[in-house]
Design a protein around this ligand. Structure first.
Ligand SMILES: NC(=O)c1ccc[n+]([C@@H]2O[C@H](COP(=O)([O-])OP(=O)(O)OC[C@H]3O[C@@H](n4cnc5c(N)ncnc54)[C@H](O)[C@@H]3O)[C@@H](O)[C@H]2O)c1
Length: 341
């Protein structure tokens, strides 16, 4: 079978560290033909470093070449996800887009609709779906072992983890703070376990006390005068069939651990904790806890890229797709709205 031709748009950290290495590792299926980034010198340097033939600073020019990509990995900043994804879909390319899907619900809906209209794959890079723990938990759920899940406690908390570099505290570029950057990863998992539904009620609170005070943490010194986003969000999501999710995420919070990322899942037959994975159930009338001491760690990015390529070649895989991305973005928007109100 002919190799799929891939192009990267946005040549920063995530392109260099995650997506290019993953695509290179899958060179029996896919070849990277081009990199497009804002600065042509950076695009050329990245292309040279990874032996990629073409570099551009204009995506339109890239799409007009005879050698057109079959798929795009959109690694640009959050405020550019929509425009480049729409452009790629218009040009007949499948898209793996970085998270969060977009800046608002309307954009994410349009992205999903255009992908559907064009018959193309749109997926998002929530690569934690492929972690060994989560993949096993999902298999266990699919076997019916947890019964009906009725509540999930989803947390992504950093004690002092406001990045002192990049655009993380810039609302215009990022669209938000801890929720947009961290919370969406764990929200994606919680939604994936509960059928990716739209909640009928959301109550949320957001804060910026620590961000606005300034300080230094595990990710450097941040400038309080440039802190435009929330440093913590707490939200309760209530779904029509009496399922609920409680989401807590922070860049900075007066808590014990430097960072904790977890799901606590409660079903009527069993419960689970994601990190480290344990199952809490009853066996023959006795309470039982199951721990997994032999789990080999997956390369989450590589597995998510494989999941994307599987969808492109018509196979099934568990990756956040365009429709799910639109639901997630609607929930994010409603969380911010509730917090504002
Ligand atoms: N899935 C994850 O775990 C994860 C981790 C880190 C970042 N991300 C996401 O990846 C995206 C990029 O993050 P990053 O850390 O690589 O940021 P970055 O700032 O390192 O890279 C962004 C790149 O986009 C380029 N760019 C900016 N404007 C452009 C334009 N108009 N046209 C083309 N390219 C342009 C910049 O030159 C830069 O190379 C963000 O959406 C972020 O949320 C996801």
């Amino acid at each position: 079978m002919a190799l799929l031709k891939a192009a990267i748009i946005g040549g920063g950290h995530i392109a260099n560290q995650n997506h290019i290495p993953a695509l290179k590792a899958l060179n029996e299926q896919v070849e990277i033909i081009a990199v497009c980034s804002r600065d042509i010198n950076k695009a050329r340097a990245l292309a040279n470093n990874h032996n990629i033939p073409f570099a551009y600073d204009n995506a339109g020019e890239m799409f007009n070449q005879e050698q057109k990509p079959d798929l795009i990995v959109n690694c640009t900043a959050n405020n550019l996800h929509y425009a480049y994804t729409m452009q790629a879909l218009e040009n007949g390319c499948h898209v793996l887009c970085e998270k969060p899907p977009a800046m608002n619900a309307k954009q994410a809906r349009e992205m999903a609709d255009l992908a559907k209209l064009k018959g193309l794959v749109l997926a998002y890079n929530f690569q934690r779906r492929q972690s060994s723990e989560y993949a096993l938990l999902k298999r266990y759920q699919n076997e019916g072992q947890l019964g009906g899940i009725y509540h999930i406690k989803a947390t992504y908390l950093r004690r002092r983890g406001i990045p002192g570099w990049g655009n993380f505290t810039n609302k215009t570029i990022q669209g938000g703070g801890a929720l947009i950057d961290l919370g969406v990863h764990i929200l994606d998992l919680a939604l994936d376990l509960t059928n990716y539904q739209i909640p009928d009620k959301i109550v949320a609170n957001a804060y910026d006390f620590i961000g606005k005070a300034g300080g230094k943490g595990l990710k450097g010194v941040w400038d309080p005068s440039k802190f435009e986003v929330e440093d913590a969000v707490f939200a309760h999501l209530s779904f029509p069939n009496n399922v609920s999710i409680s989401l807590s995420c922070s860049f900075a919070l007066n808590t014990k651990e430097a960072e904790s990322v977890n799901l606590e899942v409660f079903g009527n037959k069993g419960g689970a904790i994601l990190n480290p994975l344990s199952i809490h159930t009853e066996i023959a009338g006795e309470l039982a806890d199951i721990h997994f001491s032999h789990l080999e760690q997956a390369d989450n990015q590589l597995q998510n890229t494989i999941a994307f390529l599987d969808l492109v070649s018509g196979k099934q895989s568990n990756i956040c797709n365009g429709e799910e991305g639109a639901v997630l973005q609607e929930i994010v928007e409603r969380i911010y709205l509730s917090a504002e109100q």
